[in-house]
Design a protein around this ligand. Structure first.
Ligand code: FEO
Ligand code: CA
Ligand code: CA
Ligand code: CA
Length: 617
């Protein structure tokens, strides 16, 4: 049983098998693999039984340069990189300069959330909303006509403006179609030069003071904004992921172990910002990188508010954040750190959520306790507290104070014995049941010696989705039980563990789950960012895609396939779920046929049912 209290849980149809699977895995080698396939036969019955959660038909995979959807569905493009958002911004052109980009939708769309506006009488306006969207990074070959050649000062500024968050007002017309409003007073661009406030235990400490900000509280910019989340109190959480890539230093610069753990290097990802902007030169401003790698809270309804970097939630390569209110009223935030052999985290707020007095929740993420997850082999798990002075996080072990533990959360999690994971991407919490899932996208460097319960395969090219239930349904408990919801694989080219779990078939197979989100009806939407070669071990899997899973029966159906070269990432809904926004990041072909200057453009699309019904139902 997954629940360490031995109390049956509603979602454990697959769990008995998962536990036997794990014990069989321990047998190792070919015997273990054979036994694994035998061990999941009990799952097949559950997978093949009818699911009432989805009514659309599984669609075939595709290598076409187009969006593929089930019969009865259609889409349109809501907004593409470079579309004008702020008043006075020009239409997209490849020759736009930095100032143009500052008023346009950023590049490489990623996590997003939709917030309906409120009418004068306090009711929700079903037809007006704001959409907050992340822009994760940019592609040199599309942003600059000169590709990766040496950068000018304008190039660097344009690149910083192409990052961050875009907030736009949306309106639904009589046909039920959503469009964004250029020049709305609610529109906003946050980017590499916007002002952010560093808050929480790290704010104002020696670790985050720089020559430009001796207060340690005022940061310019948010970067590599990957996944996102909404809070029950109406704010937007944007997650800073691979911030290290923007920093660099002269050859010969040496890096501390902490800097190395977070991936800082002389060359970074080749952005070449540091010769132009001193703050990105690690040799000159070693603390600037400590001001990135945080969860950032934004009020999407107030364009004049200063967004806050919430240091109590720890510093790592934040993929996304999933917020839930525990039954005792505390806010709990689940988070993944997307790097090979990094960890899954949980934050529990000190104070209680107040549904009747929204303003009292404004700083709920300011104080609380951070934990890292340990997944035990027997299907139980423990949350290990990352508090200075606890669990050996003391000066004698090299941890100086609370701020140090939060800035170096990765090292603290290693120290307390958290379980290394196969690149944790999005986490999502079921809307009405105590169940949490996380996509573990893949891990080419996992070795036979380092496999563990939720990460059972060496050279994990396909990824898996881990699921856990908090002890007694209490998200603040330090115990949980876990199983694997799906082990992605290819049953047509692979054998044993690499063929995947029994809910993966020749018809629905995929690799590298990444985006993961429950809708309000409990449908689990799964987006992929994987190998789209359609060759070798990936033969038959086609382009990146979006699937829909039934968390109880294990059913998974393919709902959408993206165009050539893209990653599918980012998902949100109108309140009535009759419109679904999905992000198509870095396509490489002719789609979306925007026609301007012939470059593919990352875009947000809106998916509708032709009969106007609820998506997926
Ligand atoms: Fe930005 Fe791990 O994806
Ligand atoms: Ca991702
Ligand atoms: Ca990914
Ligand atoms: Ca990406």
């Amino acid at each position: 049983m997954v629940d360490d209290n031995n109390k049956p849980v509603e979602f454990d149809r697959l769990i008995d098998s998962a536990v036997s699977r794990r014990s069989l895995l321990k047998m190792g080698g070919a015997v273990g693999a054979t036994a694994f396939m035998g061990g999941v036969s009990g799952v097949a019955a559950a997978v093949n039984q009818a699911t009432t959660l989805m009514s659309f038909d599984n669609i075939p995979t595709s290598t076409a340069d187009d969006i593929m959807l089930p019969p009865g569905y259609r889409y349109d493009v809501l907004m593409s990189w470079g579309d004008p958002v702020l008043r006075g911004a020009p239409e997209f052109s490849r020759s736009n300069n930095a100032e143009a980009q500052a008023g346009q939708f950023g590049d490489n769309t990623d996590g997003m959330e939709l917030y309906h506006l409120t009418n004068a009488d306090g009711s929700m306006d079903p037809n007006r909303a704001v959409l907050a969207v992340n822009s994760e990074y940019y592609n040199d070959e599309y942003l600059f006509t000169h590709g990766e050649a040496a950068k000018t000062a304008d190039d660097v500024r344009r690149g910083l403006y192409a990052h961050g968050v875009t907030v736009v007002e949306l309106e639904r017309n009589r046909n039920g179609e959503w469009a964004y409003k250029k020049s709305s007073n609610l529109n906003r661009r946050l980017h590499g030069y916007s002002e952010f406030e560093l808050t929480g235990p790290v704010a104002g400490t020696e670790y985050v003071k720089t020559s430009e900000d001796t207060s340690g509280r005022r940061v310019l910019g948010t970067l590599n904004n990957c996944g996102a989340s909404r809070t029950p109190w109406g704010t937007y959480l944007t997650c800073e992921e691979n911030f290290n890539g923007y920093f660099g230093a002269p050859e010969g610069t040496t890096f501390t172990p902490a800097q190395q753990r977070y991936g800082l290097s002389t060359g970074g990802f080749g952005y070449q910002w540091w010769p132009h902007e001193r703050r990105f030169n690690v040799a000159q401003e070693p603390n600037e990188a400590n001001r990135f790698g945080w969860i950032v809270e934004i009020d999407p309804m107030n364009p004049n508010s200063t967004p806050k970097k919430r240091t109590a939630l720890g510093r790592f390569k934040h993929e996304n954040a999933a917020v839930t209110i525990n039954k005792d009223g505390r806010a709990v935030v689940y988070m993944g750190d997307d790097e090979r052999a990094e960890f899954i985290y949980k934050f529990v707020s000190r104070d209680l959520y107040d549904a009747n007095n929204p303003s009292r929740n404004a700083d709920l993420l300011e104080q609380g306790t951070l934990y890292a997850a340990r997944f035990n082999e027997n299907g139980s798990g423990d949350w290990l507290e990352l508090t200075f002075g606890r669990n050996g996080l003391t000066p004698s072990n090299g941890f100086r104070d609370e701020a140090d533990v939060l800035v170096r959360a990765r090292e603290a999690a290693t120290f307390v014995g958290a379980t290394t994971m196969d690149r944790p991407e999005w986490v999502t919490v079921h809307p009405s049941a105590p169940m949490v899932l996380c996509a573990l996208t893949n891990n080419s460097r996992r070795t036979a010696e380092t496999t563990n319960g939720p990460n059972p395969r060496a050279e994990n090219h396909f990824g898996q989705i881990v699921r856990w239930t908090p002890h007694n349904g209490d998200h603040t408990s330090d115990r949980f039980g876990w199983d694997l919801y799906a082990v992605a694989g290819n049953p047509t080219t692979q054998t044993g563990l690499y063929a995947g779990s029994d809910n993966i078939t020749a018809e629905n197979m995929f690799n590298s789950p990444d985006g993961l989100a429950f809708d309000r009806f409990g449908r689990l939407w799964i987006q992929t960012d994987g190998n789209f070669s359609n060759e070798g071990r990936y033969a038959g899997q086609g382009n990146n895609m979006m699937l829909c899973g039934d968390p109880v029966t294990g059913h998974i159906r393919r709902f959408m396939v993206g165009p050539v070269g893209c990653e599918v990432t980012g998902i949100t809904f109108s309140d009535d779920h009759r419109a679904m926004m999905v992000g198509i990041q870095h396509p490489t072909g002719a789609w979306p046929n925007a026609g301007r200057d012939g470059v593919p453009r990352s875009s947000v699309i809106t998916i509708y049912r032709e009969d106007g019904g609820v998506i997926g139902a």
